[in-house]
Design a protein around this ligand. Structure first.
Ligand code: GDP
Length: 303
């Protein structure tokens, strides 16, 4: 249901175009595929991914001897799902939560993508699953970032470890890690700064924060989640590339899918970066964070 509602913009533009396409053509020819290519690109699926997908579709259509364009639709769904799972047996790629002891989740991403909101939503979700959660206000740079995290902390009933604005994020992290360990908390979720103006410093700061975490908790961080704003399309893709080069991103959270007709960006990110999309944001409310399920997503596109 959530996927259906949240994807309505993408669905309306994408599935309508596909439906229109298959009803206009009498046979599956080169022109048909060219139009399909355009539809996919306009949904921000990304050129590389579209090319790969079209190749796969052509092969499959030939193999199954499909003549009727209407029969291609099912193949599209099938192959879209396969694109998400081509290098993984698990369809839904959940969080790496430690069965015993502390799990540390580090959030990265540029300002405005929805990082704070996502941290609040995830804290709520994990708490509902019976975990004890602590937040670390590691964005000491952006004015108001600490307060905003505290608002979320209050909203979902989770404590925030903080220092004053402008303090060293690594020191905040150290405090938070001590608190998490002494209170035997299950999950520590860490915010980080997201300024892009000074990329080198941002990446250095991330490295420093990560080193503190690695030193204090062997094996941590267990997840480094990069938050990307789906409405920024190919811009999100280039952010993903930059962060992946700078740090070991273990998963992606794609926010604001509800606000775009170009939900195809999920596919491009998963296929081109080989990084699992772990969650998607489908609205501004606490419950609007969904574990990413490729089958539900693709089904949601056509349903
Ligand atoms: P940050 O700077 O990365 O921490 O971004 P924020 O968490 O402050 O979010 C920026 C804006 O995006 C806020 O107005 C959020 O309510 C909004 N937002 C975050 N996630 C979503 C989402 O999944 N859908 C929609 N529609 N809005 C979102």
């Amino acid at each position: 249901e959530k996927f259906r509602d949240g994807l309505s913009k993408t669905r309306n533009s994408f599935s309508e175009k596909v439906n229109d396409l298959v009803s206009r053509y009498r046979k599956v020819d080169e022109e048909f595929f060219e139009e399909l290519e355009e539809i996919l690109i306009s949904a921000d699926v990304g050129v590389t991914t579209v090319m790969d997908l079209i190749d796969v579709l052509k092969t499959e259509v030939k193999k199954r001897n499909i003549q009727d364009p209407k029969d291609v639709q099912a193949v599209i769904s099938e192959k879209l799902v396969e694109l998400f799972t081509d290098d993984n047996d698990e369809k839904v790629e959940g969080l790496n939560i430690q069965p015993d002891g502390l799990t540390v989740i580090l959030f990265v991403g540029v300002n405005g993508v929805g990082k704070t909101t996502t941290i609040g939503k995830l804290a709520h979700k994990l708490k509902n699953e019976g975990k004890s959660v602590l937040l670390a206000a590691g964005d000491t740079f952006r004015a108001g970032a600490i307060e905003q995290l505290e608002v979320w902390g209050e909203r979902v009933g989770v404590e925030v470890i903080k220092q004053s604005e402008g303090s060293d994020p690594a020191a905040v992290m150290f405090d938070a890690l001590q608190a998490a360990k002494s209170r035997k908390v299950d999950i520590l979720i860490c915010d980080t700064a997201g300024r892009l103006q000074n990329k080198v410093n941002l990446m250095k700061e991330l490295e420093k924060v990560k080193r503190v975490i690695e030193r204090e908790v062997p094996g941590a961080p267990h997840e480094v989640l990069l938050v990307l704003d789906a409405t920024t399309g190919q811009n999100a893709m280039s952010q993903a590339k930059q962060f992946s080069e700078a740090t070991n991103v273990t998963g992606i959270v794609l926010t604001k899918l509800d606000g775009t007709a170009k939900g195809g960006i999920v596919l491009a990110i998963r296929h081109e970066l080989k990084t699992p999309v772990k969650f998607v944001g489908l609205g501004e409310k606490t419950e609007d964070l969904q574990e990413f399920d490729p089958e539900q997503f693709v089904y949601g596109l056509f349903a």
